[in-house]
Write a protein that binds this ligand. Sequence first.
Ligand code: NDP
Length: 311
Amino acid sequence: MVSIYNAIIIGSGPAGHTAALYLARANLHPLLLEGDSSGEVVAGGLLTTTKVVENFPGFPQGIDGFDLTDRFREQSARFGTEIRSETATKLEQVDNLFQVYTASNTYSTRAVLIATGSTPNRLYIPGYDNFWHKGISTCAVCDGGLPVYRNVPIAVVGGGDSACEEALHLAHTASKVYMIIRKDVMRASKIMADRVLSNPKIIPIWQSTVEEVQGGAHLEKILVKHAETGVVNALEVRGLFVAIGHTPNSDIVKNLVDIDANGYIVTNRKGETSCKGIWAAGDVQDPHYRQAITAAASGCVAALEIERSLY
Ligand code: NDP
């Protein structure tokens, strides 16, 4: 006989593990699929790529993102979460149940929580991989306060609301912030663009793209090309914060639930999606905050609602 899980959690970042912890403590024996860590799917999610997490309460000295994720995992396992290092590749609804497929197994469940996070878009330029986390980051809130980025020139790529937020955040600590915008207008909302443009520490560089990054052990220089003139200038910066959008990892449910124009799963404040039995938590449904703590909180909310729906 095929066993039916009460709940399967797809994803292993703060949202997934917080939900697992709550469901396990409610004796619902959840299964958490953490990903097989091949290709793009990394167990623990984006947090594992952050060097020091200084804004998660309870760790006054900060904590390595990988260590924090390990602790999440240990805690959800301690209460009986079954954790499998498999990547969910397909989800189907069959009557009142859901089938979750991985490369090696098919699981049946009453409830599914999608906590698959999002992937920051990257630049495909020479040097990018060499300086990833040695000067290149996609999260100013996570990394901008590190000593290496303080009182030195920094660059931000992008002209959307995220790039504005990054630039404004970095302007508190960096000596100056170049903002490399590929058009002659910003895509950002007017209020955010105005804030950026009136900040004396932020220097917009219009109609320009970063063509290459260079340095030694750490990033030292970026080559910036003007779209109209073709002139390439070298800018000395110690940090390059890339804010050119995120891609939510919502493919697995795109035919089952409502997805917004940017690919985020649409949820209500209970974490419910448009399909009864499927919940979503964390970055895959959050275009705004994208913090470990907000992801964890949304995982908690969804788990409490799943528990209510099952008992
Ligand atoms: P957006 O898609 O809005 O903006 C992406 C920016 O990156 C654009 O300026 C785009 O340029 C630029 N870009 C994309 N690809 C490249 C590339 N290869 N090289 C250089 N530049 C590139 O993404 P955001 O993450 O900023 O925002 C996503 C959504 O979240 C939006 O709806 C936004 O309003 C919302 N958001 C809201 C916030 C708030 O309300 N406080 C904060 C953060 C996000 P171009 O314009 O030329 O296409």
